[in-house]
Design a protein around this ligand. Structure first.
Ligand SMILES: [Ca+2]
Length: 187
């Protein structure tokens, strides 16, 4: 499926975040699946069940035709051993996505978070969810360091959503790495 950044942000409330990333060294343990903040509607949230660089295991799937895959034990993860990546110069939208696990509750506030490291030339990154007819998203730009990117949204009448984390490449070699994705109810 080919989706443009412009189509992705159309109708969405897009906020630009600039969060300082603390110095961090992966501990070898992913914590996003431990339900410390409530049930995580994202499965394989730290990509630790992935075993193939170019054949992602469900529920993760790719959007866009750019080069992408899983970094397995390469030392690029925020936590654990693995992370997802996109690396492309195709000038188009590419992302990693998954349909949410379990049922969302209607009319509740949810928080979607991910740790994202993007090359400094990435300016059109988005973390978001596709709801029925509406795709709230938050933008991020590359710093070369992992950033915690956060989106809060109201589920409205929806009981399911599709999470996406991606960017539109600036048309030159560029990359993002993704880890520790969480979608939890916060109120
Ligand atoms: Ca991981």
């Amino acid at each position: 499926m080919s989706v443009s950044f412009a189509a992705r942000v159309a109708g969405a409330l897009v906020l630009t975040v600039a969060l300082a990333a603390p110095a961090h060294a992966a501990t070898g343990q992913s914590t996003c699946g431990w339900m410390m903040r409530g049930f995580n509607h994202v499965d394989d949230c730290g990509f630790e069940r992935q075993t193939e660089r170019y054949s992602p295991k469900m529920p993760w799937y790719a959007e866009g035709s750019g080069y992408k895959g899983m970094d397995l034990g390469k030392g690029y993860a925020y936590e654990g051993y693995n992370n997802a990546f996109v690396r492309t110069n195709d000038g188009r939208w590419n992302s990693w996505s998954q349909r949410t696990q379990g049922q969302l509750q209607r009319n509740r506030t949810y928080e979607l978070t991910a740790w994202i490291r993007a090359q400094g030339n990435v300016g059109k990154g988005l973390l978001g969810v596709d709801l029925a007819g509406y795709s709230p998203a938050v933008s991020y730009a590359g710093t070369g360091h992992y950033q915690r990117v956060v989106l809060r949204f109201d589920s409205g009448p929806n009981t399911a959503a599709t999470v996406f984390i991606g960017y539109e490449s600036p048309g030159v070699d560029s990359w993002i790495q993704i880890d520790e994705v969480e979608l939890v109810a916060v109120s």
